[in-house]
Design a protein around this ligand. Structure first.
Ligand code: OAD
Length: 255
């Protein structure tokens, strides 16, 4: 069994040599920012039933309940959340000329806050609101939250601009993500349980097109045995720090 240091070295060397690397991230990368994941220890879906609160039909049937239980809960968590070493590591890989794009399943905006410039928000964003009826967008700051769901001027109501269960992924974003997956040389897969499609299939597309897959997650996932080229079993912050340090060394010719 290779040591963690040698796995990190393999990961860093593949990044340093790649002309095109991308990342796919999930809730685990934001855990060290104080945002709990959906599944596993402390996961949100163990506390609330996603079919009752995170499905589009639930929002259509009981918008006030979904707002109260899910949307306001997430909004509270995001108010104070700051990027951590995992997000910063991906931003630094971009600055080193290694990483082109981050595809994230997260709706927290923390990659952009960390300074990553090309972020595909696969499941939308919780940081803006959108009317269910007319599609008009609104900011949280301009909306009164004393009545839930907050009304739109058109007579409809507002919701966070996220993708709920039962809703499709934006076609243009899906196509761009699939194209990037099919053409990248390296994909970093950070903090995702890789259980929700179609995001979970992106590493499979990359692998089948010859990419080197670096998985970072304290727990094994369905990708670990057959798809990941290197699996770093640890938290995103510490693993990204070590990878970035080694990539910088290769780039500067120190290693
Ligand atoms: P999950 O909650 O399914 O998985 C989070 C993953 O992060 C798990 O595999 C954990 O082991 C891992 N993890 C925990 N702490 C970590 C750390 N410090 N560093 C790195 N990894 C860590 O989250 P996602 O895979 O993002 O969709 O879930 C995918 C989608 O399912 C979400 O976007 C959301 C959810 O239902 C929608 O709401 C549509």
């Amino acid at each position: 069994m290779p040591s963690l240091s040698s796995l990190i070295d393999q990961a860093a060397l593949s990044c340093a040599k790649a002309r095109k690397a991308i990342a796919l991230t999930g809730a685990g990368i934001s855990v060290e920012s104080g945002i709990p994941p959906f599944r596993g220890k402390g996961g949100l879906w163990a506390k609330i039933d996603p079919m009752k609160y995170a499905h589009i039909e639930a929002l259509e049937r009981n918008p006030a309940d979904v707002w109260r239980v899910l949307f306001m809960g997430i909004a509270d968590l995001l108010k104070t959340a700051e990027p951590n070493a995992g997000h910063m590591g991906l931003q630094r890989l971009e600055r080193l000329g290694v990483l082109q794009t981050v595809i994230t399943q997260n709706v927290d905006g923390l990659h952009q806050k960390a300074g990553s410039r090309d972020v595909i928000e696969f499941h939308g964003t919780h940081t803006t609101l959108r009317c269910m009826s007319c599609g008009q967008r609104a900011s949280w700051q301009t909306v009164r939250l004393d009545v839930l769901p907050p009304p739109c001027a058109c007579g409809g109501f507002l919701r966070p601009d996220v993708v709920m269960f039962g809703e499709p992924i934006n076609v243009a974003l899906l196509q761009r993500a699939q194209m990037l997956a099919a053409t990248c040389e390296v994909m970093l897969v950070v903090g995702t349980s890789a259980t929700v499609e179609p995001a979970a299939y992106l590493p499979v597309i990359a692998k089948h097109n010859g990419a080197f897959i670096i998985e970072i997650n304290p727990e094994p996932t369905p990708l670990t045995d057959d798809i990941s080229s290197v699996a770093l079993l640890g938290p995103a912050g510490a693993m990204m720090d070590r990878i970035v340090q080694a990539v910088a060394g290769y780039k500067e010719g120190r290693l």
